[in-house]
Design a protein around this ligand. Structure first.
Ligand SMILES: *Cc1c(COP(=O)(O)O)cnc(C)c1O
Length: 388
């Protein structure tokens, strides 16, 4: 049990459901690897929850992204458009294929991919050449757009879907932070050719680790399943016509994931309560701004994040974070814009402003679904003490 003076963690798993029971049953039945019925069962449960026609389980979300990009036809020398304000995984997945990310800005009001600016980039910098969209400055093909539904909110998908149709560019979604999020009634990750989920330990539901590819396209799902199981063409003779990956989820992961999925609606409810309480408190504090609540989105507020005010009246983010951590509130800064990370400093960017600004001001607060009201009160009181 947590002691009253233990630091309050940022976002930890909540394993109060059937996890132990399901795990024990799997061990008792000798099902631990990817063989057996339980990985399929978890896939079906996630497909049903999200409304996707097909779900392909993977060992983690990054593997899901890598596989989805490859099945979508992203190749060496291609470019993929993605927001710079994100966890680094989607950019890395693009690089695994020898392709290059081109970094777009996010919208200041929603923190999500700026669809207008992305359209501007296509219009001003790209042209159609023999059915392909080519970046004029690099001469490379734009093979896909990969929006990231950030922090339990969602990208404004309707204009983005329109934009990708207009240009004939493949749309893939990184919904790793958006399990349980809906945009205009549909689950995040179900708008493009494929969407990827993560069940990492800090996500809203966890499988210890794990990921999932969602798609409406049966051939896409079949090919993803094939590539994630070492591209085995003859399982008896071990014939492989292509280079695949060992990316399948194990039964142990799937069983934990299934137990977590049973609790997801409760977790979403809990995240919303936590967010509402932070929102009320922070709205009244000088120099701080609460997390946005974009219209058209049913959010989970996966990682509750506030901003130091943009008019200069707010606290200095780095100092403030240190002060919170010194007082046992394990807050964290916003994702580092990926175009500023060493492996990506030479990559092309397009008019990035808001992402840098949000990074300079963002502070994610403890928001585990199992956190107590007393713990949340302590976080709020600690912030209050610091700003007044
Ligand atoms: C967590 C995360 C991933 C990667 O998921 P893993 O399961 O940790 O590999 C990908 N994209 C985003 C935006 C994430 O937050």
């Amino acid at each position: 049990m947590a002691e009253p003076d233990d630091p309050i963690p940022l976002c930890v798993p909540n394993l109060a459901g059937n996890e132990q029971h399901y795990l024990k049953a799997a061990l008792d039945d000798n099902w631990v690897s990817s063989a057996g019925p339980y990985v399929d069962r978890f896939e079906e449960a996630v497909a049903e929850y999200t409304g996707a026609s097909h779900a392909v389980a993977t060992c983690n979300g990054t593997a899901a992204l890598h596989t989805a990009l490859r099945v979508a036809g992203v190749e060496e020398g291609d470019e993929v458009l993605l927001p710079t304000l994100t966890f680094v995984a989607p950019a890395n997945a693009v690089k695994y294929l020898g392709a290059e990310p081109v970094f777009m800005d996010v919208r200041r009001e929603t923190w999500q991919l700026d669809v207008d600016k992305t359209g501007e980039f296509l219009k001003e910098q790209c042209e159609r050449v023999e059915g392909r969209v080519v970046n004029r400055s690099s001469g490379r093909r734009i093979a896909a757009i990969l929006p990231v539904h950030l922090m339990g909110l969602a990208v404004d998908m309707e204009p983005l879907v329109e934009l990708t149709h207009e240009w004939g560019i493949t749309l893939l979604e990184d919904a790793a932070e958006a399990m349980g999020v809906r945009y205009r009634g549909s689950h995040a990750g179900t708008f493009g050719l494929a969407g990827c989920l993560s069940f990492n330990g800090n996500k809203i539901i966890t499988a210890g680790g794990g990921g999932m590819i969602l798609t409406e396209d049966e051939a896409f799902a079949d090919r993803a399943r094939y590539l994630t199981t070492q591209a085995k063409d003859d399982p008896l003779e071990y014939v492989h016509e292509e280079i695949g990956y060992n990316y399948r989820m194990t039964t142990l992961q799937a069983r934990v994931g299934e137990a977590q999925l049973e609790q997801l609606d409760d977790f979403v409810e809990r995240k919303r309560e936590i967010a509402a309480r932070y929102e009320r408190a922070i709205a009244e504090m000088p120099g701080l701004e609460p997390m946005p609540a974009p219209t058209d989105v049913e959010p989970t507020y996966w990682l509750y994040t506030m901003l130091a005010a943009g008019d200069g009246s707010g606290p200095e983010r780095r100092t403030f974070l240190g002060q919170l951590r010194d007082r046992g509130v394990l807050a964290r800064p916003f994702w580092h814009p990926v175009h500023r990370l060493k492996p990506y400093r030479d990559n092309e960017t397009w008019r990035i402003e808001a992402a840098d600004d949000l990074h300079a001001r963002g502070i994610s607060l403890p928001c585990s679904t199992g956190m107590t009201e007393a713990e949340q009160t302590k976080v709020i009181e600690t912030i209050r003490d610091l700003v007044y």
